[in-house]
Design a protein around this ligand. Structure first.
Ligand code: GSH
Length: 199
């Protein structure tokens, strides 16, 4: 019997986008369910942290986007997105991209709070981290082999696109190497078909 794989995702989660792209690239057949995480009580029985993405396979739940991507990659017959040769570098850069997503998300959540509840200090801290991280990526740019896709490239592209979606695109003029790579990368079908959208 074929496994039933359900991906609980949101309309604009950059973490969820990584997992969806992995399923597309690795040709894993799954059912994607776009949910409103703030009303998803049902998810608690699978994932008490109640976050998207969450993957459920015949009742087994896998949470955290990196675990989900590793799982999808492990059941695929395609070339791995996590080649052994550069494994730790790929994982580390992926974590940096995840950190960027997290800061953009945290900044956004704080900025939409009522004025008397939001902390300018917190927003400022996130903005400094966003700018510092993108600058680091530019200064340490790894000229990727265009012919071999790895997880860190997908994560960086999702993080930069989410930065534009929720913050701004100033990094594009400040980071020419990143911008050049990004401009080509977003032309890929899996990037075009997974653009973040408002609910
Ligand atoms: N480390 C997690 C982060 C996932 C995450 O932060 N998801 C957000 C949406 S982008 C979420 O579900 N937020 C719901 C909440 O915080 O209540 C991963 O990589 O999957």
């Amino acid at each position: 019997m074929q496994d039933q794989i359900i991906l609980y995702n949101g309309p604009n989660s950059p973490f969820g986008r990584k997992t969806k792209i992995t399923s597309l690239v690795q040709k894993i057949n799954l059912e994607e369910k776009i949910i409103n995480i703030y009303e998803a009580d049902f998810l608690d029985k699978h994932n008490p942290i109640r976050k998207i993405p969450t993957l459920v396979i015949n009742g087994l739940a896998i949470m955290d986007s990196d675990n989900i991507c590793l799982y999808l990659d492990s059941i695929s017959k395609k070339n791995t997105l996590f080649p052994k040769k550069n494994y730790w570098e790929i994982m580390s850069i992926t974590s940096i991209a995840n950190g960027l997503m997290e800061s953009v998300l945290e900044r956004r959540m704080e900025s939409i709070r009522p004025d008397n509840e939001k902390s300018k200090n917190f927003i400022n801290k996130q903005e400094i981290r966003i700018i510092r991280t993108i600058k680091w990526l530019e200064n340490n740019w790894n000229n990727y082999d265009d012919s071999y896709l790895t997880m860190d490239q997908i994560a960086i592209a999702c993080a930069l696109d989410y930065t534009m979606f929720r913050f701004n695109d100033k990094w594009r003029t400040d980071s020419p190497k990143l911008n050049k790579w990004f401009s080509n990368f977003v032309e890929k079908d899996f990037m075009k078909s997974t653009l973040p959208r408002e609910k």
